[in-house]
Design a protein around this ligand. Structure first.
Ligand SMILES: [Zn+2]
Length: 300
């Protein structure tokens, strides 16, 4: 879908995003996040990607979902315990294609070990919050559902950013330091307004863990492209040379767009699956009032 459609649905967020770009020029984003603009784009487009009647419920809350899209990152800045929820580095304890981990995560449905937790637990968080959202919808707790939809979307979107899936998350192991924000913030801020997103339709996930693992593999398989684009674009220049970024845009811009589209499909599929699992309750379409920044929700 075209981005104009998205911004028509949430004009306030578009103005805010412009301000955010200016701020990001002065201060780079932390490395546990897709950039702010990417999360806003994904949440806004995920609403439009939903089938009815769920789309009406989420449309009435689109401004809320966009406004609070990066609240989990704000929490991570203040609370170290929140940070591992934004990434998973399976390569720290298994080798691609991660068959041992797949057995543990998908077939045996085990939680992370203490050692694995050191390398992030976003995969488990995505499942937890999708189930939590489903329970909110089943019990008609609409305010809780809005909040948990934000957390589900945030962790799921982060998973579709390849540098949230690797130990070399900021290029620190390959002399490409700073690649994280160059890919997820600089690129998205430069190109995002021109993208006409074409996300795949939602899928009802009968096996949540299988889908989460599949998304993880897909995102992991893109990591080499990000690093190669950065390396090729840099050849002959340095990172402050505008010719580097012009080449990086050409080489990695389409990949960033494809990853955002994967995020839109993944997020909308999880929201929709939560509603189906809740028994497809009839939902109100009123708009919620403005809220304070979200707090870390208690998990069961
Ligand atoms: Zn994040």
């Amino acid at each position: 879908m075209k981005l104009e459609m998205i911004t028509h649905g949430a004009p306030w967020s578009a103005r805010r995003a412009t301000m955010v770009i200016l701020v990001l020029l002065a201060a780079r984003a932390p490395v546990w996040a897709w950039g702010e603009r990417a999360h806003e784009i994904i949440n806004a487009a995920a609403v439009e990607n939903l089938p009815e009647p769920l789309r009406a419920f989420f449309r009435a809350r689109q401004a809320f979902l966009v406004e609070h899209a990066i609240d989990p990152d704000r929490l991570a800045k203040e609370n170290a315990e929140e940070r591992p929820h934004h990434y998973t580095e399976v390569e720290a304890y298994d080798s691609y294609p991660f068959n041992v981990f797949r057995k543990q995560f998908v077939e045996e449905r085990l939680g992370p070990t203490a050692a694995q937790l050191q390398h992030g637990d976003s995969l488990w968080q995505i499942e937890r919050f999708t189930l939590k959202l489903s329970e909110d919808l089943r019990r008609r707790r609409w305010d809780d559902a809005e909040r948990d939809a934000v957390f589900t979307a945030h962790y799921a979107a982060d998973l579709t950013q390849p540098l949230h899936a690797v130990m070399n998350y900021n290029g620190q192991l390959t002399n490409q330091t700073g690649i994280h924000s160059r890919f997820e913030s600089d690129l998205v801020n430069a190109l995002g307004n021109r993208w006409a997103l074409a996300a795949r339709p939602v899928v009802i996930e009968t096996d949540l863990r299988a889908r989460i693992f599949q998304e993880y593999l897909a995102t992991y398989q893109c990591q080499n492209l990000v690093f190669a684009a950065d390396r090729i674009a840099l050849a002959g220049w340095n990172y402050s040379d505008p010719r580097y970024f012009a080449d990086f845009e050409k080489l990695a811009g389409l990949l960033a767009k494809r990853r955002i589209e994967a995020g839109v499909c993944f997020v909308s599929s999880l929201w929709y699956t939560a509603w189906v699992r809740a028994g497809k309750p009839i939902m109100p379409s009123r708009s919620p009032g403005s809220r304070e920044r979200l707090a870390i929700p208690a998990l069961p």
